[in-house]
Design a binder for this molecule. Structure first.
Ligand SMILES: [Fe+2]
Length: 305
């Protein structure tokens, strides 16, 4: 009788842990807590089966399908934790910007969408015309989003947010389109028709690492002007909080190299050809007048000077 009660208690405990897992995974949407709970549940049910087998092998075998189902659930929970966890390190501002591209966890893929501009399409002139916005934002950026939605279907990256795809995908069409979505989201988010002075925190960091704001801009614009072919020039922050300027070719992005992007300029021809034809240097010079420095400052991760 005492043995029977122990089996019953064990069964009730595993029911409780099963309920806890449902709460962790589905209600609280925590894949890590869900995984830990499921592993506990696996051990409990396995123990239960061993316990039951000592009394009746038929009773034990009846629970084998349940145990197999639990192992499968553990695998799926682990998969979600591994590939769709929010623990991947990205900058605060980057995450805020690209949250617009993060699929709702209850949704399937095919739902990356282009973010709304924070400004009208004709207010960045003369630095950037409405026609450039119409083509660059409305057609090129939209095409990258459409391609991403199409290419991600049936891949292990389906349902992941854009940062995770950029960090994990192998080089190829899927990576290229995801990275271009990521890069363009940052680019269009950092522009403003009503520029305000650079925040003191950002100014101090730039002076610390480049000597002066003018020295920084000279190096940044030189890097952008001399970038061969298509690509992006970036002001980035490394894991120690040091700022530097890097350029990346085509769709490549500093996120892949452990940097947090702070500011970027798109120097693909489609970014400036309508307004400037081949005069990239003039585009870079005017781009300086539409940078939202508050936005750039908000992307700083390390609060060190
Ligand atoms: Fe572009």
């Amino acid at each position: 009788m005492r043995g029977d009660m122990s089996v019953v208690r064990l069964w009730l405990v595993q029911l409780l842990v099963n309920f806890l897992w449902s709460v962790m995974f589905f209600a609280l949407r925590s894949p890590l807590a869900g995984l830990i709970t499921l592993l506990m549940l696996d051990v409990l049910v396995f123990t239960y089966i061993i316990y039951a087998a000592a009394r009746s092998s038929i009773a034990a075998w009846l629970f084998a399908p349940y145990f197999i189902w639990l192992l499968f659930a553990t695998y799926l929970n682990g998969y979600v934790y591994r590939f769709n966890s929010s623990s991947v390190e990205v900058s605060r501002a980057t995450a805020a910007t690209t949250d617009k591209f993060t699929p709702n966890k209850s949704q399937v893929a095919m739902n990356y969408s282009i973010p709304q501009l924070r400004y009208a399409d004709d207010v960045l002139m003369p630095a950037m015309s409405s026609e450039t916005i119409e083509y660059h934002y409305g057609k090129h950026f939209q095409t990258y989003v459409d391609n991403l939605n199409r290419l991600v279907v049936g891949t292990p990256y389906e349902g992941m947010n854009v940062e995770n795809i950029v960090l994990r995908a192998e080089e190829g069409p899927l990576f290229n389109n995801a990275a271009q979505v990521y890069n363009h989201a940052l680019f269009f988010d950092e522009l403003t028709p009503s520029q305000t002075p650079m925040p003191v925190r950002l100014e101090q960091r730039i002076i610390r690492d480049f000597g002066s704001v003018e020295s920084f801009w000279e190096r940044f614009s030189m890097a952008a002007a001399s970038l061969f072919g298509s690509g992006w020039t970036w002001l980035v922050e490394d894991r120690d909080g040091e700022l530097s300027i890097i350029s990346t070719s085509n769709a490549d992005t500093p996120l892949r190299y452990g940097y947090s992007p702070l500011l970027t300029i798109d120097v693909w021809e489609h970014a400036y050809y309508i307004d400037y034809r081949n005069r990239r240097a003039e585009f870079i010079k005017n781009f300086r007048n539409i940078i939202d420095w508050e936005r750039v400052d908000n992307r700083l991760k390390k609060d060190v000077v």
